[in-house]
Write a protein that binds this ligand. Structure first.
Ligand SMILES: Nc1ncnc2c1ncn2[C@@H]1O[C@H](COP(=O)(O)OP(=O)(O)OP(=O)(O)O)[C@@H](O)[C@H]1O
Length: 265
């Protein structure tokens, strides 16, 4: 039986009187890429932010790598937080730091790591994220959208995480850049034994990367399963999403899991 690296049980999240999740259950299994989909405003990003401890649930439990972040002492919480990396939608880079310095930022929390080692590790992650060597010295404002996302990914990989959280990694990328990013995610999962929680609207990404899909609707996870399972679900939004014109286009022209390795975008 595969181990769950994230377990969400009976989650309730609220902003004032607005209930976003009401009794939501979800698992992320070790080694899988889980695609989290749902209509706009269904709470995909809020779920991600709650799992990584940036938002406090109103009720329910979130366990990551077997631990409930809410119950941990500050040092234990920091130690747990180092075991995952998060890539936010816009890369969330520090605008006053160059790419290398952005990736070095989380490494500053590691004791006994000197400046030279920190620099070398950061440059390694920049290269693993598929950026050219000369990107290290560039400022975020000098990067294309795709390069900013890769820099955000490099920073998420800085501490050798076990879990990678990605919020809409291909949003705003052209199809070739998005295709390359999908392949990079799969390559990194395979090479680094990552478990990946991937929020997306991109049907091509679901086809190309995801082992399982979780659909958020009606304030909970309405269904989880493979793409084949999703195609059988008789719920109006799920049916429209997975059988609509864009879904058909993704099926016929989309990025297949079996595609040969590509270039960076
Ligand atoms: N900090 C906040 N304060 C108040 N409401 C919030 C806050 N963050 C999110 N919300 C609300 O929670 C709901 C879920 O937001 P969330 O960003 O998780 O949606 P989403 O599913 O990721 O949407 P999208 O696909 O459009 O990115 C929305 O109604 C949003 O307005």
């Amino acid at each position: 039986m595969s181990e769950n690296v994230v377990e969400v049980r009976g989650l309730v999240t609220r902003f004032g009187s607005h209930t976003v999740h009401d009794g939501l259950d979800l698992d992320l299994k070790r080694g899988e890429i889980l695609g989290v989909v749902g209509g706009s405003g269904t709470g995909k990003s809020v779920l991600l932010r709650t799992i990584v401890g940036l938002l406090k649930p109103a009720a329910g439990q979130v366990r990551v790598l077997g631990q409930d972040i809410e119950t941990l002492s500050p040092p234990a919480r920091e130690a747990l937080e180092r075991r995952w990396g998060v890539m936010f939608q816009d890369g969330a880079l520090f605008s006053a730091l160059n790419v290398r310095e952005n990736v070095e930022a989380p490494l500053r929390a590691v004791p006994d790591l000197g400046p030279e080692q920190r620099r070398a590790l950061a440059e390694l992650k920049v290269s693993m994220a598929g950026l050219p060597w000369n990107a290290n010295d560039k400022m975020p404002s000098d990067l294309s959208g795709g390069m900013r996302k890769r820099a955000g990914l490099a920073r998420a990989l800085a501490l050798d995480p076990e879990i990678l959280f990605l919020d809409e990694p291909t949003a705003g990328l052209d199809p070739i850049g998005a295709d390359a990013f999908d392949r990079l995610i799969v390559e990194l999962r395979d090479a680094l034994d990552l478990s990946v929680f991937l929020v997306t609207h991109d049907l091509d990404t679901l086809h190309a990367c995801c082992d399982r899909i979780a659909v958020l609707a009606e304030r909970k996870v309405l269904a989880t399963g493979t793409m084949a399972d999703m195609l059988k679900i008789d719920h109006p939004w799920v049916h429209e999403y997975f059988h609509g014109p864009r879904a058909r286009a993704a099926l016929t022209t989309g990025r297949s899991k079996e595609s040969p390795d590509g270039n960076q975008g």
